[in-house]
Design a protein. Structure first.
Ligand code: SF4
Length: 456
């Protein structure tokens, strides 16, 4: 039985409103009704169709109702730094701070975080050049599937990977050629997934060779996610290094064996130690480590141990994720209320990560939020010695096009005149991707390259 009932009037986006209420109240305890009666909480009785106005009203009413405030206030959406940046560019820093406080009800701490971060990004990378693109290449395979995974990740025999690779190389070759023909260029390349190092050494060499040929020599950054330590070998690292990769990710998530077993990772903390040691010996300039706050069964101390180890081990980027329990993940199936219960623990973990990383000379440089995150918090990328990831910054800033190849890749064409992005998704299922590759290429031709075709 629901404890709260809301009746939201007017032509507003109910699923957005539901999301906002969800951040405060477990969905098991409320319902949005069509009723008008005294014991139902009436919202937007004037019938405004302005989303922000209704959102702000809901936020204020929920604060009164629950006695709680959110650090992010009434701000929903994945990219708060982008919003801060656009405000700074249009009304200046003081105006932006005022707006984030008075209009979105954000806390001073979050306002400092997003405004400082935007200014830091600008200092490091400036603005994206017109015609530049970030390139993403997806390898949708992993050795096992993690408990919380909702990405394109398949556990398949080698023969399936062998079927996928030529198709992917065909797309890379086509897109690289068309980008050049239409006057564009790739600024950064990110090979992600899945786990790209599921590929063997010769497949990695071929992939990097073809990628280099396709996207030429204006690349400022080449990153490969070597996420799962159980896929990393000296031979593969030598190939990556040889082919010009400077940045890799080795993602422990946790250094506690019990947690690794629980979340379905087929490796040990010792595998992580070993992967770091061979990657450092191979001379990688930047090694990122992804860790997760709020993993099932973990307390603050477990999280602190993982964090300390990553700082000591020599990671120069550390990305602190908040566990997102998305639909489609095994964790969501097993425990739909998990992220509500974990909220307080997660907050404490994130505060701890800020303090420890700050003390160790790291600086936050990019950030994004997701739906269904424990405690409605955020994911934050930290870097040491200004070694920030250009691709990550641009993709969150959304003032540059993205060209994504492979199953699950989502390209976005950026139109600076209107500050608009148009999505061009590839299919997520890798088998569909293989059989429908011509259609995937056609989609890019008809959208990404269309404008340039018309200009000829
Ligand atoms: S490593 Fe990443 S992509 Fe692969 S199963 Fe785990 S969460 Fe999913």
């Amino acid at each position: 039985m629901a404890d709260y009932r809301f009746n939201i009037h007017g032509d507003v986006n109910i699923s957005l409103m539901r999301e906002l209420i969800d951040e405060f109240i477990d969905p098991a305890y409320y319902e949005i009704t069509g009723e008008d009666s005294a014991d139902v909480i009436q919202i937007n009785t004037e019938g405004s169709s302005d989303r922000d106005t209704v959102k702000r009203e809901i936020y204020r009413r929920l604060c009164d109702l629950t006695g709680r405030k959110q650090e992010w206030g009434a701000l929903t959406g994945v990219r708060p730094v982008k919003l801060a940046g656009e405000l700074i560019e249009s009304i200046g820093l003081a105006g932006a701070r005022e707006r984030l406080s008075d209009f979105y009800y954000m806390s001073d701490e979050k306002i400092d975080l997003v405004t400082d971060m935007y200014l830091y990004q600008k200092q490091l990378f400036g603005s994206a050049e017109a015609k530049s693109a970030g390139v993403y290449i997806g390898i949708p395979f992993c050795p096992t599937r993690c408990l919380y995974c909702s990405f394109a990740s398949n556990q398949v025999p080698d023969t399936e990977i062998e079927r996928y690779m030529p198709v992917l190389l065909h797309e890379i070759d086509h897109v690289g050629r068309r980008l050049e023909e239409t006057g564009g260029f790739a600024e950064s390349i990110y090979i992600g997934g899945g786990t790209p190092t599921t590929l063997d050494a010769s497949q990695l060499r071929m992939l990097l060779g073809e990628t280099g040929k396709a996207f030429g020599d204006r690349i400022k950054e080449l990153s490969v996610e070597a996420g799962r330590p159980d896929t990393i070998t000296v031979e593969k690292l030598a190939v990556l290094k040889d082919m010009g990769v400077e940045r890799i990710s080795i993602n422990p998530q946790s250094m506690k064996q019990e947690t690794l077993d629980r979340i379905g990772r087929s490796h040990t903390p010792e595998d992580i130690e070993k992967a770091f040691s061979i990657a450092l010996a191979a001379g990688f300039d930047v090694i990122n480590a992804d860790i997760i706050a709020g993993l099932p069964g973990e307390d603050e101390q477990d999280f602190a141990l993982t964090l300390d180890r990553m700082i000591d081990i020599g990671a120069s980027n550390i990305t602190v994720h908040t566990l997102a329990v998305k639909r489609g993940s095994r964790l969501h199936e097993e425990d739909k209320q998990y992220h509500y219960r974990a909220a307080e623990t997660v907050k404490a973990m994130l505060a701890l990560s800020r303090e420890k990383l700050d003390g160790a000379g790291f600086r936050p440089y990019y950030l994004y939020r997701q739906k269904h995150m424990a405690g409605a918090m955020e994911n934050t990328g930290y870097c040491r010695d200004d070694k920030a990831c250009l691709y990550n910054v641009r993709i969150m800033d959304e003032h540059q096009s993205t060209l994504a190849m492979g199953a699950g890749g989502i390209s976005k064409k950026y139109y600076p005149e209107t500050n608009r992005l148009v999505r061009i998704p590839n299919v997520t299922n890798y088998q569909e991707y293989i059989s429908r590759i011509d259609e995937m290429i056609e989609r890019k031709e008809n959208t990404y390259f269309m404008e340039d075709k018309n200009a000829d």
